[in-house]
Design a protein around this ligand. Structure first.
Ligand SMILES: Cc1cc2nc3c(=O)[nH]c(=O)nc-3n(C[C@H](O)[C@H](O)[C@H](O)COP(=O)(O)OP(=O)(O)OC[C@H]3O[C@@H](n4cnc5c(N)ncnc54)[C@H](O)[C@@H]3O)c2cc1C
Length: 429
């Protein structure tokens, strides 16, 4: 039986980053994924500017960067836009097939052992080690296990059990997101999305909570929609014929009408893929004896935009840094592992909470927030940076409090609580 310092379950951006930093410290790391790399992953592939914190990312842009975005257009449900132009890139675009594979390669180059094409089946925590069983029957021991298996991760389920937490996210804390990518050619991209590679979002498309997006890569458009599962369930209950794939196809028609998608391209349902995004502001406890969770497994995603890539990388790095300290003392009980929980919580726990406040405000009064955001350059910048996840909690908090103090949103807020807000239009099928 082979023994590792750390076994990382899942080699997505979170797992690969943890493995990269742990291997750099000289730890013996097993990076296990049920998929074989390169593998695709449902995603918009947009990265917020915080990604610049990672030297190995920004010094190797050429390995995977598709485009740097200098202009963002966010439409409200009544199609009023906030059009923000920036001199500096405020959003980067990658494609997951290449990005994820490159991160795995970086981890392997630093010395991590990649075990791919085989899933982690189960694991047991003993006083002196963790024993992990793989689907192929192999057993691996390690001092610590990291759960990085995405939104339905094994380790996060174990922590939920131990901590008596609900075994899954509430429906309102899970977004269902669907997307497709299509190569439309550089000529189209340059003429329509420009060299500034506009990124676009339509808030509350058809007045449903959530948003649609069109992100521009080099020659590829990535188009998608995201909506809380609670809303999707409710619509389906009221209208069993409704389906989210058609919702995305309707969105493509709107993009065509607005001139943002080639009219001659027919999008087929088979091109559409999707997945879940946990938007519940992080698990209340993310550690246990000899175990911790990172990335989507911990619920580290912006509740406003559904953006989880930065948090995946950063939680991977914070986990590696915390473990470096704990390996010196060789103490991995839950209390010691809290070092990691406190590290992410101190760094961006508040951001996740204020982004949730931002989400609720945007869903309750989208048109007036967009109107307000379009007022001047500074507010546009604030709004866009909040949306793409690069605005710290303290600034969001101050702006929200200032808005409330000014009474700017009074009318919309009152109409919301009195039920006089915009009606949901009939859904097309
Ligand atoms: C449609 C959509 C659009 C999105 N758009 C964006 C965006 O534009 N920007 C952004 O920042 N975020 C976006 N996100 C969120 C982003 O995709 C996630 O936050 C990110 O992938 C989290 O990375 P991760 O490494 O935690 O998990 P994942 O990327 O899900 O990786 C988990 C890995 O674990 C492996 N695995 C799972 N179970 C096991 C097991 N038992 N054994 C072994 N391996 C296992 C899987 O094969 C997978 O490779 C989007 C999500 C969706 C669904």
């Amino acid at each position: 039986m082979s023994h590792y310092d750390v076994l990382v379950e899942g080699a997505g951006p979170a797992g690969a980053t943890a493995a990269y930093y742990l291997a750099m410290q000289g730890k013996k790391v097993a990076l296990v994924d049920r998929a074989k790399f390169p593998r695709e992953k449902a995603c918009g592939g947009g990265l917020c500017v915080h990604i610049e914190e990672f030297d190995h990312i920004i010094s190797n842009w050429d390995d995977f960067l598709e485009s740097k975005c200098l202009r963002g257009i966010v439409y409200g449900p009544d199609f009023m836009p906030v059009d923000y132009v920036s001199e500096k890139p405020f959003f980067y675009n990658i494609r997951r097939l290449k990005f994820d594979n490159t991160l795995v390669e970086y981890a392997v180059e630093k010395g991590a052992t990649l075990i791919e094409g085989v899933a982690v089946k189960d694991f047991e925590v003993h006083p002196d080690k963790v024993v992990t069983k793989l689907r192929n029957g192999e057993e691996i021991t390690s001092d610590v296990i990291i759960g990085a298996g995405g939104s339905f991760d094994l380790v996060s389920r174990r922590i939920r059990e131990i901590e008596n937490m609900p075994m899954k996210w509430r429906d309102e804390d899970i977004a269902t997101a669907l997307y497709f990518e299509i190569d439309v050619g550089r000529e189209y991209m340059d003429s329509v999305y420009g060299e500034e590679r506009i990124s676009m979002a339509h808030i509350k498309y058809q007045n449903l909570d959530g948003y649609g997006w069109s992100f521009s890569k080099d020659t590829v458009l990535n188009v998608g929609i995201g909506c809380p599962r609670s809303i999707i369930k409710k619509i389906k209950k009221d209208n069993p014929k409704w389906d989210e794939r058609q919702y995305l196809l309707d969105y493509v028609e709107t993009l065509k009408e607005q001139g943002w998608f080639p009219k001659e391209i027919q999008v087929d349902r088979k091109m559409i893929a999707g997945s879940n995004i946990p938007v519940g502001m992080g698990m209340k406890c993310t550690v246990g004896d000899r175990m911790l969770v990172i990335g989507d497994a911990g619920g580290f995603v912006s509740p406003l935009s559904g953006e989880g890539l930065y948090y995946a990388l950063d939680s991977g790095r914070l986990a590696a840094e915390s473990l470096d300290t704990l390996f010196k003392e060789r103490n991995f009980d839950k209390q010691s592992m809290m070092l990691y929980h406190n590290a992410w919580s101190d760094k961006w726990g508040d951001d996740l909470e204020w982004l949730k406040v931002g989400w609720h405000l945007l869903m309750v009064m989208p048109n007036s927030l967009i109107k307000y955001a379009a007022l001047d350059e500074e507010t546009k910048e604030f709004f866009t940076h909040m949306f793409v996840g690069s605005m710290p909690a303290s600034k969001i908090k101050n702006k929200v409090l200032a808005l409330i103090a000014k009474g700017a949103l009074k009318h919309d807020f009152l109409s919301h609580i009195t039920g006089q807000h915009e009606k949901v239009p009939p859904v097309t099928n």
